[in-house]
Design a binder for this molecule. Structure first.
Ligand code: ACM
Ligand code: ZN
Length: 656
């Protein structure tokens, strides 16, 4: 194929193209801003050459990244560079409309062209190109028998938000640099651009600080895995059998380079003034009572730097000096959340500080602390970012807020930038399903895929002129109950795919039904790439119905739910009654399926759906529904032990 490397976009035969809604639309996640589907396809062959302009290191690196991701599955040579080739990457500094991260991608039978104003845009175009191919392209081993074709498309795309993030807590449990890289790869596939690395907390200090080697020599290790987890759920043990680990500064540089090649900025978090147990274990003088918090582990709380001592700020400055020298990004996260004030109330030095600075109380002392650290951070040319509580006692003047428990509207109205990461939608350590018996142990909570998908990062109460302050959104992977990478990824995906669409796609392009249709193909990508995930099952995302306290009675009664949309074919089906909340559960004695009001299947057995469910699945053998027929599920049940029970009913083909 000897084609001009960069076909001229204007000659494109627009008439060939259909709308985005076409069933032929490729299953891209996140959905691009604009896409037209054409007739025909481009076929990748062993001879396909990837060319790029201009001859710049950054552009060449993206071409190599693309080739590096196309070669393993295809087994093709795919040479990079030269004058003419069927795949062309072109940086065009005049394409201002594409912004810092946007791109245009055009596939015609003879060629594929990606054009962007900035390298990041070329990178995202390359990620889209990979997703246009069969999902097996993500395999790291050769895959035989696949036609490596892409549908003809014309895409013009750029992100809605500039902060598209995931956070990983490596303190509660430790993840090696290789594991972090694996997560960065998964992020790149979803066009995430910010990795928030929670490097220090009460349970371990994970970043080497040359000036204070004991922080990692001792502060990165604890007696055991903690949190009641199975010791075998992690391999992070030292030669002496202690649990933990840390990153050397060389490790950090290596991970930074890896992230940089994927256009991911890393935001390091060094927690203060609370969640400081790991550093206080090595430098107890920095605590109000001068005492070390004891063995690092699940029990360590209330570990707070003394805000009255000058030493505290000297240590923090020394640590931040090394952190800033390592991380090139604009933001430095200093935590600021969940600061217990009891120690400060009892501490003579803290009280003296309050008096000397004319502060009203310990909340203003927290504000004093953060402002002082902001001064250090700003002096190093960086912007401070912190969790919601940094608003306590007054927000530091130039700080960016990370909203987990509120404050976004107030912060933005005060002229501060805000990253949305609320516990309602973005806590990926929460459960994805109410069917707890099927889920790994977790911190609790409930944030199903649909909830993440429906997240709107701009708070409804925020005036339009302040919308610019909402930088984007981030999913948080706190790891108290997560000790392996597989489990991290299980919690992160597919919710991360939903968040990718929330943060990248225009609000108007978001469509749950379309997402559900695209997810099976996307899941094949995750499988091929070896990215852990919770299995996506469309039926499970849509309960057949629910029961609520107001329907409950202590006498048996019959409740019905519409199944028409869920049962399209004949076969064996299971209806699972899943208790969600309330002091009591429900006792069931039978369930049946009706077609146009006539019973067609019945399962009679006693069951209980509650905190300790018993036989709470009813099964049916159903004929193929008659065209246009209405199907209903009917159950005979009563509440048991009260009337406040609530739950959901999931109906799916048996065994799924
Ligand atoms: C947090 O979850 N404590 C920020
Ligand atoms: Zn103190």
């Amino acid at each position: 194929m000897k084609n001009n490397a960069i076909p001229i976009l204007g000659t494109f035969a627009l008439l060939l193209f259909q709308s985005l809604e076409s069933s032929a639309a490729p299953a891209l996640i996140p959905q691009p801003a604009q896409m037209e589907i054409g007739a025909g396809q481009f076929t990748l062959t062993a001879q396909t050459r990837i060319v790029f302009t201009p001859e710049a290191k950054e552009v060449a690196a993206i071409a190599e990244y693309l080739a590096g991701h196309l070669r393993p599955a295809t087994g093709f040579a795919l040479p990079v560079g030269g004058q003419t080739g069927a795949i062309g990457l072109q940086l065009d500094s005049t394409a201002k409309e594409l912004g810092a991260e946007g791109y245009r991608l055009k596939v015609i039978p003879q060629s594929v062209t990606i054009c962007a104003q900035q390298p990041a845009g070329l990178f995202y175009g390359a990620v889209t190109l990979l997703q246009l191919l069969p999902p097996e392209i993500f395999s790291r081993q050769a895959v035989k028998g696949v036609a490596w074709t892409m549908p003809c498309v014309k895409i013009s795309d750029q992100p809605r938000f500039g902060w598209r993030g995931l956070m990983l807590d490596v303190s509660r449990h430790f993840f090696s640099k290789e594991e972090v890289k694996h997560l960065l790869d998964a992020m790149a596939l979803h066009k995430f651009n910010t990795f928030h690395w929670h490097l220090t907390d009460d349970q371990g200090w994970r970043i080497e600080i040359k000036k204070y080697p004991q922080l990692t020599q001792a502060g990165a290790w604890r007696k055991d895995i903690g949190f009641g987890l199975d010791p075998k759920s992690s391999t992070a043990y030292g030669p002496d059998g202690r649990y933990g680990g840390f990153y050397t500064q060389d490790d950090i540089r290596e991970v930074l380079a890896y992230a940089q090649a994927r256009f991911i900025t890393i935001v390091p978090e060094i927690e203060m003034p609370g969640h400081a147990g790991a550093i206080l274990s090595q430098f107890p003088d920095l605590a109000c009572d001068g005492k070390a918090p004891g063995e690092l582990g699940a029990g360590v709380h209330a570990s707070v730097y003394c805000a009255g001592r000058e030493d505290t700020f000297a240590y923090i400055e020394n640590v931040l000096t090394e952190v800033v020298a390592l991380f090139p990004g604009k933001y430095l996260h200093i935590g600021g959340d969940e600061v217990p004030k009891d120690n400060w109330k009892k501490c003579a030095k803290c009280q003296a500080r309050i008096k000397a600075e004319g502060l009203k109380n310990e909340h203003e002392l927290q504000s004093y602390f953060i402002r002082r650290v902001e001064g250090l951070v700003n002096a190093k040319g960086r912007t401070l970012i912190g969790w919601s509580e940094i608003r306590e006692g007054g927000l530091a003047p130039r700080a960016t807020l990370m909203d987990w428990i509120g404050g976004a509207v107030e912060g933005a109205n005060g002229g501060h930038d805000v990253v949305m990461s609320p516990t309602s939608h973005c806590y990926f350590d929460y459960c994805q399903s109410q069917r707890r018996s099927r889920e790994p142990r977790s911190i609790g909570g409930y944030i199903p895929l649909r909830k993440v998908y429906d997240f709107e990062p701009i708070p409804a109460k925020l005036a339009p002129e302040q919308h610019k302050h909402i930088l984007g959104a981030q999913g948080n992977l706190w790891t108290e109950y997560i000790a392996s990478l597989k489990h991290v990824e299980y919690m992160a995906f597919p919710r991360g795919a939903a968040l990718a669409e929330v943060t990248w796609s225009p609000a108007a392009a978001k469509n749950w039904d379309s997402f559900v249709q695209r997810m099976p193909v996307h899941q094949q990508r995750l499988v091929a790439a070896g990215i852990g995930h919770r299995e996506f099952r469309a039926v499970e995302e849509t309960p057949a119905g629910e029961w609520k306290p107001k329907q409950m009675s202590t006498e048996f009664k019959t409740l019905t739910w519409d199944l028409t949309a869920l049962v399209k074919d004949g076969g064996a089906y299971a209806a699972e009654f899943v208790y969600n909340r309330g002091k009591c559960g429900i006792a069931l004695r039978s369930a049946s399926v009706l077609q146009n009001g006539v019973e067609i299947a019945k399962d009679v057995h006693d069951a209980f759906a509650g905190a300790n469910s018993r036989k709470n699945i009813y099964t049916f053998k159903l004929p193929k529904p008659a065209p246009g027929a209405k199907l209903t599920l009917q159950a005979s049940l009563r509440s048991d032990g009260g009337t406040d029970s609530a739950g959901q009913i999931f109906v799916s083909p048996a065994g799924k």
